[in-house]
Design a binder for this molecule. Sequence first.
Ligand SMILES: *Cc1c(COP(=O)(O)O)cnc(C)c1O
Length: 421
Amino acid sequence: MTRGSPTSLWRPYTQMKLAAPPLEAVATHGTRIRLADGRELVDGVASWWTAVHGYNHPHIAEAVSRQLSAMPHVMFGGLSHAPAESLAKRLAALLPGDLDHVFFSDSGSVAVEVALKMAAQYWLNRGIAGRTKVLAFRGGYHGDTMGAMSVCDPEEGMHRRFGAWLPEQIFCDLSRTEAEIRSLDATLAHHRDVLAAVIVEPLVQGAGGMRMHPPEVLATIDRLAKRHGIPLIADEIFTGFGRTGSLFACEQAGIVPDIVCLSKALTGGTMTLAATVARTEIFSAFWSDDPAAALMHGPTFMANPLACAAANASLDLFEREPRLAQAQAIGERLADGLADLHGRPGIADIRVLGAIGCVQFDHAPDLATLKERLLARGVWVRPFGDILYLTPALTIDAADLDRLIEAVVQAACDELAPGDG
Ligand SMILES: *Cc1c(COP(=O)(O)O)cnc(C)c1O
């Protein structure tokens, strides 16, 4: 495909007429992506944060291949299977508190849709009408489907474009300051009779710009939601499975949200799968002699056995291998390596949490140039907006991690002083 030539393949978030053609990937292994032209790139993104154990992990590959011979898929209406039963049990055991009731779907956005529907129907099933709104936080990202978009940051393009399609929600700033905490408290009090839920990305707003907040902020949101009797949805799709240094980000605040959304790294980046997990209090509102009180959702490929097998194998690896220690070690190396950029003119912020490192410019860089510079250094890193970030596989070795850090630091320096680099 050449630039501007129409093609049968429609790419994500891409102006097809203007964008450079994509690179052709032919193989992956560990933390490397091999291209058709023979180049091998060190991967700094882990394919949108999914491939936490690196690519083609043999334990996951074996589990999927075994499942493929036995039963690649079977409908989930009226049928069940061991991979799903076991995965649900394991997720319930790993999540804090009584987050014990697992509903599977096939992508993160759908897990968020299910969470929103669950919250809405929770109130309806209890005979309480009119609770049709969600309180969400500015800077958040929860997916691309209509309901999920409605709780994404309202200033981002999607609201402006699709505003008329989206249910109107209520937005607050993340409660960092005393004034913001008071404001959230007042907003919850004011709207409590129309609110079905509060939704938050715990500790890191990922796709919205890798903005981090301390556990106390999350604990405050949880406390205020509970004070006003409004269920809290924690969207752990980005943060879940070790990315922030704990298996789930909520653990660091010691909170038990009412509903948790999981996807991205759930299968170790192998298959598409998502889960919406509810506490017993939520599930109980659906436990009834009334068939109409059942949760009204059921994706065709729900609990796909291949995906469940991959997820079970991924959880085995979290049990057997020191992923959380690896995440923390990556964080230390990132903090160290990116420290050189601190305070440089043109740099707005450097931040690190768990295995996430982020360089924020004080201006919007030319992304095409920045991407070219990164590629020229043999790394796969995808800057967006005003940020350049690294979210490598938790298994990345020191040499590849150093190459990523060096490439990011050099690309940032070139951006700040073009010609000097
Ligand atoms: C990626 C993401 C989603 C959407 O997941 P998809 O699988 O892309 O639909 C939702 N919430 C968060 C926090 C995410 O990072």
